[in-house]
Ligand binder design. Structure first.
Ligand code: NAD
Length: 320
């Protein structure tokens, strides 16, 4: 396993890291013992960064993760979670709620310190609230010794620029972007230089584009446009017909850029986390990569609307 420093936080985190949303049964019903075994397997394999949120499984993921963390030494992992998103359409980024949320998360996860606290999916609210209310509350939590570092998450890349261009230097130490650097969407690459120059760590989540690039395919709630889902399914079929594993190519592609500090992959299956770590030992099959990219070319970088109209990336329109 390779380790890179997350921005200027001093945290040297694994190139592949563990996304705990699966523990909340967001992709399938997950037996608790299997979920907990996956966390232990991840740590055994050298993964030292775990990301969660109260939103995943509506507190279930944090609760299950907490049962696993109870048995692990606190210095075996860096722990990230989030504040502000509590249900599909329930957001509260007020200072009071996010301060309370940190306490609730610590209790569920059986820890008394969170290494990285992140604002979850900020595109759903007016970003000036994040700047003027949420971030100051998180800074206060940092000063109180409850959290180590502060990050922001979301889908449109515009929201990262809005915050990073306005917040005082050093307040926001990482961005967590999802589904924007994977085989079908390379948009995040355009931001690598800017974020690195600002000393902001880059966490790239969802190498399979939240299941699009898996043999099981997209879950029924997947928000991607139909043509993206279909093109990804075609790639899955192609790679399968060659006797290869689509997740291998997807993980290798997402982890490849040096600018990305860490790529978060989610699974609640110990065998899959083992495979995912093993995938990093080999280079991408260039022929399969070229064939996959050729299929995906017509839908490359196509994303979907998420959040308020004012927070979308150029060209993305909120409907309904
Ligand atoms: P992902 O691309 O990691 O895909 C997860 C899916 O891939 C699951 O269905 C899982 O079973 C499957 N999978 C994983 N490894 C596999 C393997 N070897 N073989 C077959 N299938 C495999 O997407 P994700 O879970 O949404 O993202 C990873 C993590 O990133 C999340 O758990 C979360 O921590 C983080 N994330 C954060 C945000 C946010 O902050 N807004 C959004 C998305 C993801």
């Amino acid at each position: 396993m390779r380790f890179r420093e997350l921005g200027h936080t001093g945290m040297k985190i694994s190139q592949l890291s563990f996304g705990a949303s699966s523990l909340g049964s967001v992709f399938r019903d997950v037996p608790e013992d299997e979920a907990i075994a996956t966390v232990y397997k991840a740590i055994d394999l050298g993964i030292n960064f775990i990301d969660c949120s109260p939103f995943y499984g509506i507190t279930k993921a944090e609760t299950v993760l907490g049962k696993a963390l109870k048995e692990l030494p606190r210095d075996a992992y860096y722990l990230a979670t989030k504040v502000g998103r509590y249900h599909d359409r329930e957001f509260d980024f007020s200072a009071e709620r996010v301060t309370k949320s940190i306490e609730e998360s610590m209790e569920r996860m059986n820890v008394d310190y969170i290494d990285l606290i992140q604002t979850h999916d900020i595109e759903f609210v007016h970003l000036d609230q994040i700047l003027h209310e949420t971030l100051p509350a998180l800074v206060a939590a940092k000063e109180a010794g409850k959290v180590g570092h502060i990050g922001i998450t979301g889908l449109p890349l515009h929201v990262f620029d809005y915050i990073l261009d306005r917040a005082d230097e050093g307040i926001v130490e990482s961005v967590l972007s999802y589904c924007r650097y994977s085989l079908n969407d390379h948009s995040l690459a355009a931001k690598f230089d800017k974020y690195q120059a600002m000393g902001v760590g880059i966490i790239n989540a969802s190498p399979t584009s939240m299941g699009l690039l898996t043999e099981r395919g997209a879950p029924d709630w997947h928000p991607a446009p139909k043509e993206v889902i279909e093109a990804c399914a075609e790639v899955v079929q192609l790679i399968q017909s060659k006797g290869q594993d689509i997740v291998e190519l997807a993980v290798q592609f997402a982890c490849h850029p040096e600018a990305i500090t860490s790529t978060l992959v989610g699974t609640a299956n110990p065998k899959n986390i083992e495979k995912n770590v093993k995938f990093l030992e080999t280079d991408m099959d260039q022929e399969s990569l070229a064939e996959a990219l050729a299929i995906l070319k017509p839908v490359l970088n196509q994303t979907w609307a998420s959040g308020l109209p004012e927070n979308q990336d150029p060209g993305v329109v909120v409907t309904g």
